[in-house]
Write a protein that binds this ligand. Structure first.
Ligand code: AMP
Ligand code: GLY
Length: 412
């Protein structure tokens, strides 16, 4: 059987790794340095190039990594050619691709989320932030490579953000509309569910470490590490998520004739009043899935086929009763400017952990850095501490100029 993974990050490397274990011949487009060791990589990038590749190779299954492809309707195109592809279609992916859409849907359905106002006029937004409570959170409506949300501490900063998004249009059309929302206090958690549109099944919970520095300080990043399960997850929390969020969301989507299939990621803030939705994502979390896949006993491909064929109800999904830790090694300077092209050494002596490549490329038999987040080092253990120790002892063997990682991932 042949599987295609679309994307080029650590998430996609973890997906490739899992599918290979399940006996697939795996292809990836465009892939990265590490992925190309485990899969046949193709330079296909546009939806049409990906379609031609999938048709030519007669792929049995395609899994979409990044949201941008979902927003372009890759699922609709593949399905119209009779190909099996895992992910929501273009309409359903609005839940991630338009924060305005997601907020309005939550509002209409009574789903707990931060109180908000929507603006398409910068002057009106400025008038609002002149008198709103601080801190306040400002978010671009559309996709902004994970950089479109700002927790703003002062009015001056709020004016700057509004100006950058709405007048300077640093994210183009994505910032023409914005959401200004209440700052929520609590503990964040990532919870993903598999769904075939009728049934939804939660994955093991996870928590990612979004800030660049130890102790959750500094600017937000794409994620500097993850652990699973989230230490503050409980059965009663799940019941609240189910009753307050998912049991309202799916009927609301159905009312709009939206059938959501694939994985739905809930970015949650667990507040004193219960869980509230920070964001929906329409794809696997990165780096959450890197920490979760090694704990998934069931075949991912079986789950994907059950989702695509609409019989998820019948499939038991089993997780190992262990803990997972994943630490991201980044380029010095990330999430701001950084340099690439440094030789990565020591990878050959790393053992007992999973190494998922993100921003790397291969050149003359060496791995070079090629992005902000470079490597994900992941391990499992009976305790967070056991998994943590494995990860950090192996990281000690890896070197590249300017490498940076957080030292406190998995200290719970
Ligand atoms: P988002 O792009 O919506 O996931 O936001 C990125 C990050 O900003 C989240 O993971 C939170 O750390 C933070 N954040 C977003 N919205 C809020 C909020 N309403 N209150 C507090 N923090 C938030
Ligand atoms: N780790 C957060 C995300 O994937 O959006």
């Amino acid at each position: 059987m042949k599987a295609l993974v679309i994307g080029s990050g650590g998430r996609e490397h973890a997906l490739v790794w899992k599918l290979r274990q399940e006996g697939f011949e795996v292809f990836c487009a465009p892939g990265n340095g590490g992925i190309c060791q485990d899969a046949t990589c193709y330079e296909a990038r546009s939806v049409d190039e990906l379609l031609q590749l999938a048709l030519r190779e007669k792929m049995d299954l395609t899994i979409v990594g990044p949201e941008a492809y979902l927003a372009q309707g890759v699922v609709d195109v593949f399905e119209s050619h009779g190909l099996k592809i895992f992910g929501p279609n273009k309409r359903a992916s609005q839940l991630e691709c338009s924060k305005v859409y997601a907020k309005l849907l939550m509002d209409e359905s009574g789903i707990p989320t931060a109180r908000f106002k929507l603006f398409d006029d910068p002057a009106q937004a400025e008038r609002y932030v002149e008198r709103c409570d601080l801190p306040v959170v400002i978010k671009a409506d559309g996709l902004a490579q994970g950089k479109g949300s700002y927790v703003v501490m002062s009015r001056e900063e709020a004016f700057n953000v509004i100006d950058s998004l709405m007048r300077k249009k640093i994210f183009g059309e994505a910032g023409e509309r914005i959401v200004v929302e209440e700052f929520l206090q609590g503990r964040e958690m990532s919870l993903m569910v598999f769904t075939d549109g009728k049934t939804y099944v939660p994955m093991m919970s996870a928590m990612d470490y979004k800030k660049i520095y130890d102790g959750d300080r500094g600017p937000n990043t794409g994620g500097m590490g993850a652990i699973a399960p989230a230490p503050h997850y409980s059965e009663s929390l799940w019941r609240s998520v189910k009753e307050e969020i998912l049991d309202k969301l799916f009927p609301a989507l159905e009312k709009q004739n939206v059938i959501y299939k694939g994985v739905l990621y809930l970015g949650l803030m667990v507040t004193q009043d219960g869980p509230k939705v920070l964001e929906f994502n329409c794809r696997f979390g990165d780096p959450e899935i890197q920490v979760l896949l090694p704990l998934l006993d069931t075949k991912l491909s079986e789950v994907c086929f059950a989702v695509i064929e609409g019989n998820l109800e019948r499939l038991p999904i089993v997780w190992r009763e262990e803990k997972g830790v994943c630490v991201v090694i980044a380029s010095g300077g990330y999430p701001n400017d950084y340099k690439v092209g440094f030789t990565i050494s020591g990878l050959e002596s790393v053992e007992g952990v999973m190494v998922f490549h993100a921003g790397t490329k291969q050149q003359d038999g060496r791995f070079l850095t090629n992005g902000g987040r470079v490597l994900n080092i992941c391990a499992t253990g009976q305790t967070y501490e056991e998994a943590r120790k494995k990860v950090y002892s192996e990281i000690g063997k890896i070197r590249f100029e300017g490498m940076y990682f957080r030292k406190d991932i998995g200290l719970v």
